[in-house]
Design a binder for this molecule. Structure first.
Ligand SMILES: C[S@@+](CC[C@H](N)C(=O)[O-])C[C@H]1O[C@@H](n2cnc3c(N)ncnc32)[C@H](O)[C@@H]1O
Length: 279
């Protein structure tokens, strides 16, 4: 990624004082940060379609052993890192380009007390040049991030480099679909300047060239449209929740639900789950 593109992506996800804003939301919802569970953060820290249940069901399919080393690539504010570290007893390293997100991921993890129970840490960096040693991880989780990556071949080669032989690449991604151009804004971009949607077939070709072999694939586009429909129905009939994605994304967040429901229903974009192996 060029430095200029890095800056545009960082600026899309910039959110000064994010932990402070989330703390205010937690307190408004009647909880306090001294006594917080990982799941209490669900309404604000799961920055992907399907929320926590989608992550847990995909990770279940990967069948990882307790204590396995996982890279959460483009971890956001660490929602999935915390969930899988706690649920599957995994060691998790989260890496993200956005400094505000990395700081917040560490703070939220401390508030949940998870840093004392599991080996979980967060670092700022790019998936195009991972600050990680070769052959270290048992799995890489890549969840709703490739849409921001123009140079997918380099990112996938980096995932391959840091995985052990037999390691798994676990993808939960949004790809280009056969429908009309997607409605914007969407969670990963306010406009097309930092949105790099690629058809799944092309992503597969790059992964196979990199050396990965496919193990599991599921087209989740229909389920994703339904998930957003439920989110929209809930939002329409309930008062705004004190913890919500607007804290992270600002006013645009109100348009994500309607746009994503249409984008998935019309197959402008697709949602895929896949697991690949480094032989
Ligand atoms: C839509 S969010 C998803 C976050 C998280 N995976 C989740 O599902 O909650 C996309 C994330 O990718 C990160 N990202 C984008 N480009 C990146 C890059 N080159 N290297 C590392 N992270 C990147 C963004 O900063 C953002 O946190």
């Amino acid at each position: 990624m060029t430095p200029l593109l890095d800056e545009s992506v960082q600026s899309h996800y910039a959110c000064p004082d994010l932990a402070k804003k989330i703390r205010a939301g937690i307190e408004r919802s009647g909880k306090n940060v001294e006594d917080l569970s990982v799941r209490d953060l669900g309404p604000v820290d799961q920055l992907h379609t399907g929320g926590g249940p989608a992550t847990l069901s995909l990770m279940e399919k990967a069948g990882l052993h307790q204590g396995a080393e996982i890279l959460d690539a483009g971890c956001g504010i660490g929602g999935s890192s915390r969930l899988i570290a706690e649920h599957f007893k995994l060691n998790v390293t989260g890496i993200d380009l956005a400094p505000d997100f990395v700081d917040t991921a560490g703070t939220l993890t401390r508030w949940c007390g998870l840093d004392r129970k599991r080996n979980i840490n967060f670092r700022q960096g790019s998936v195009l040049d991972l600050p990680c040693e070769d052959l270290f991880f048992d799995a890489v989780l890549c969840q709703h991030i490739l849409m921001n990556i123009r140079d997918k071949a380099t990112a996938l080669a980096e995932f391959y480099r840091v995985l052990k032989p037999g390691g798994k690449l676990i993808l939960h991604e949004i790809t280009d679909g056969p429908g009309p151009a997607p409605r914007m804004p969407v969670p990963w971009a306010a406009d097309t300047s930092i949105s790099f949607l690629t058809p799944w077939k092309e992503v597969t070709e790059i992964m196979e060239k990199t050396g990965f072999t496919p193990e599991f694939f599921s087209d989740e586009t229909g389920n994703s449209a339904l998930w957003w429909k439920k989110v929209n129905a809930f939002t329409a009939k309930s008062p705004p929740r004190p913890l919500n994605p607007g804290i992270v994304f600002g006013d645009n967040a109100a348009l994500f639900g309607p746009n994503m429901e249409i984008n998935f229903s019309s197959r402008s974009v697709c949602c895929i789950e896949a697991i690949l192996i480094k032989p």
